[in-house]
Ligand binder design. Structure first.
Ligand code: ADP
Length: 482
């Protein structure tokens, strides 16, 4: 079965968050299920550089007139065939893929990402004479116009099915209505039954409205986004589409996240021989200037520092962590006030708090290996990957019961300890008090080393690989193609 995957990011070539991890892992997982997967990506420098033996597949004009070169080749790092949209003046920029160095969205983002959907639709409709997808799978608002273009661009032959996956409904790709005329879509698309959203353009809504099927990244989030609390104004549409909406839980790429073979960590361990995790902790304490204490309960955060992630709650329970002899390690980047707050706590308590502001893949691995607890107190969380990395590395996740966190973490309550299913800590109310109690529960369990070990074993032996998710995606694709 031929599948075309459409995304703005792909690990390890370009990553700002979980989307890249999924886009990087899914092609190989689907290949293992017998699918022939190709990807289409914007021509960011890191992606073009990785493209081996590129050929020019097509030179075509974008709806607003720009000359677009579509290159085809193999991404060497991922061993995946790719179509790359090479328009240097659109994609060769400083900053992140979406924002400039002053954290402002690029003024022409509507063109930069409309083009992704537009080229994907051209490929669906036969741009490559030698390979045609049977299904197009697009991800998040950046690729949201794919389904709209597939609905409206003229094509011959059989209609190609499509799936749109929501990784985070709160990032919607909203643009002023005047930009509509750049997109090359018919006027009827600018409608409440289309991509119009409160008088604006919404790329996310285009995906949700025109896709044959919508998935999101956990079953619980699939339910939550149909409510007014988490629906970001799109819950009405999502409720009307509930028959074509499902949640498929994300997974972990075991070739990247495995404490037994991780090249980023100095000491390797697994569930059967967990002892060298203590060496990872000691090394990290030494390198980051923390007190060299084997029995200090060490909490880790690897996260975007945004309001969604609930990290201001951690600031308010820091006293509880410190007064009980714990340590806190933070790696993140995001809102300036949160960066400053964690930096300030690190300078106030250098032996107990370490804060690195920035993005550092290797350091993230070292933190999961070093810490005892991974904190993910998100206000909402579509799936969340860091709690799963915590599970794999024996850094027990402590999470808010929401979205994918609720689907992956089982609290160390007495009954779940007794039946051997506890793998972390879960709090229900998104309040400082509720988080504080969960932190205290972590300290209480840590004092009972035998039980802590049993919970760690349960966490580390969890099967979090991609096989199960890939089987579900393939079954969905097959259903949509028949
Ligand atoms: P989101 O996609 O909302 O950012 P996820 O938990 O789904 O959250 O995925 C986050 C991914 O980004 C994980 O792979 C995590 O390790 C990584 N990550 C987040 N912040 C950093 C950072 N500062 N340095 C390195 N990796 C990070």
């Amino acid at each position: 079965m031929n599948i075309l995957q459409v995304s703005a990011e792909i690990f390890p070539l370009l990553k700002t968050g979980g989307l890249a991890d999924i886009a990087g892992a899914l092609p190989a997982a689907l290949k293992a299920q017998g699918c022939d997967v190709r990807v289409v990506l914007p021509g960011f420098a890191s992606i073009l550089t990785d493209l081996e033996t590129p050929t020019v597949l097509a030179q075509i004009n974008a709806p607003w007139g720009d000359l677009v070169v579509v290159r085809y080749g193999r991404l060497g790092t991922l061993n995946v065939f790719a179509y790359v949209i090479d328009v240097p003046h659109l994609y060769h920029r400083n900053g992140t893929p979406y924002e400039d160095e002053h954290r402002q969205p690029h003024g022409d983002n509507h063109r930069r990402f409309a083009l992704l959907g537009w080229v994907a639709a051209q490929l669906a409709h036969g741009l490559d004479l030698y390979w045609q997808p049977q299904l197009v799978h697009s991800h998040d608002w950046h690729a949201g116009l794919t389904c709209a273009y597939m609905a409206f661009l003229p094509h011959q032959g059989q209609r190609i099915a499509n799936v749109f996956t929501v990784h985070n409904l709160s990032y919607q790709g909203i643009f002023p209505p005047s930009y509509f005329f750049d997109l090359g879509l018919p006027l009827e698309a600018f409608h409440v039954h289309g991509l119009e959203f409160h008088g604006q353009l919404s790329f996310m809504k285009a995906g949700l409205f025109y896709a044959d099927h919508i998935t999101t990244v956990s079953p619980t989030y699939a339910r939550e986004i149909q409510t007014s609390v988490q629906g970001c104004g799109l819950d009405g549409l999502l409720r009307t589409r509930s028959g074509e909406l499902s949640g498929i839980l994300n997974a972990v790429d075991n070739t990247v996240w495995d404490p037994a073979h991780d090249p980023h960590i100095s000491f390797h361990y697994d569930v059967h021989k967990p002892f060298d995790k203590a060496l990872c902790k000691a090394e990290f304490q030494k390198e980051s200037g923390l007190a060299l204490q084997a029995d200090a309960l060490m909490f880790g955060i690897v996260s975007r520092l945004t309001e969604q992630k609930g990290l201001y709650l951690v600031l308010s329970v820091l006293d509880t962590i410190l007064s009980r002899g714990g340590q806190l390690v933070v790696l993140g980047t995001g809102e300036a006030w949160l960066e400053a707050a964690f930096r300030e706590r690190a300078s106030m308590y250098p032996k107990a708090v370490s804060a690195r502001i920035g993005y550092d893949e290797a350091n993230a691995h070292r933190i999961f290996a070093a810490t005892d607890v991974t904190l993910v107190p998100s206000r909402f969380e579509p799936c969340g990957l860091t709690q799963m990395y915590g599970l794999k590395y024996g850094s027990l996740p402590l999470v808010h019961r929401v979205g994918g966190l609720a689907d992956t973490v089982v609290d160390s309550s007495l009954e779940d300890l007794a039946n051997g299913t506890a793998n972390g800590f879960v709090f229900d109310e998104f309040t400082m008090q509720s988080l504080d109690r969960a932190i205290c529960r972590a300290f209480a369990l840590y004092a009972r080393r035998y039980e802590w070990r049993r919970v760690s074993e349960c966490a580390m032996s969890q099967n979090l690989g991609w096989e199960h998710a890939a089987i579900q995606y393939k079954a969905l694709y097959q259903r949509l193609c028949t």
